[in-house]
Ligand binder design. Sequence first.
Ligand SMILES: [Zn+2]
Length: 281
Amino acid sequence: MVRKERHIIKHLIQLQDLVAARAQQQAAMPKQKLSQLDKNIKTLTDELPLDLRSNFNRLIQKNIEALAPITGENCSGCGFSLTKTMVNKINGGAAEMSRCPNCTRILYAPDVLLTRTVPRRRWGDPVKRGIERFSAPELMIPKLQGTTPEEVLLDLCENMQAEGYIEECADLHEAAMRREAIVSTAVGQTMAFPHIRGVEGGGLTLSLGISKKGIDFGGTTKTKLFFYMVIPTAASAFYLKLLAGLTQSFSTAAQRDTLLKAKTKEELWAALSKGTKVLVR
Ligand SMILES: [Zn+2]
C-alpha cells in the first residue's frame, strides 16, 4: 500500500501545531483546563495509522518540533546537511517518510519556508544578558495603532521588519494569524503571546506592544500587552521556558502597570528589563 504521504505530513503538522499550542497554554496557564485542545489532539492522533501513531508520539515527547521542513539541502531542525538522494526523495513526496539522520525529526518539503537572515554579532559587542538576548529598545511599541487582532499583529510584524529583524512580513504575518486561529494566545490578565514557530535563521526575537485601551483578542479579558515572538525551530523548547518566565514576571497588576505606564520605547524597555530581571536569564 502506498501512503498518501503529503496528506499524512499535513496531518502531522496539524497535530504538531495543536500539541505546541497545548504546551504553550500549559506554560502560561498551568492551572487552566485544556479539554478542547486535548479532544482535538486525540481526534487527530486516532486518525493516524497505528505504526505512525506510536512513532510520532515518541518523537514529539522527545522534541516538541517533531517535524522539520528542509531548507535547501539541510534539516532546519538541526542544520544537518542531507544527501542529494534524500532531498530529492523528500521534494518528490516519496511514499516513505524521511527522518533526519542526525536529529531523527520527520522531514518535509514546506509549501512556504519562513526565513530570516541572521543578524551578526560584531567584535567588541558587549555580551548580552537576560531579556537583551532576545529583544531590544527598538522592538518596543508603547502605543499600538491597530484596533483589531489582525492590525495589531501587522503593527508588530512591520516594526520588526522596519528595524531589520526580518526581511519580509507577509508570510510571517499570515503564519501568526494561522496560529491564532488554532486557539487564541491570550492568557488572561490582559496578556497575549502571539508568535510564529519554525522560522529558519536567526535567534528568538521578542517584540512588546501595548494597547492601553485593550483589544478583543480571544481571551477572557481585553488584551493590552502583546508579547510577539519569532521562534526558530531550534529554540522551541527554550521558548516555553521564556513564556513561563514572562507570565510569572508580570503576574500581578502592579507588575503589569509598570509596562502600561511607559510612554516611550526607552521607558518600556527599561520596565521590561527590570520586570524580567529575576525570572528571565
Ligand atoms: Zn535534523
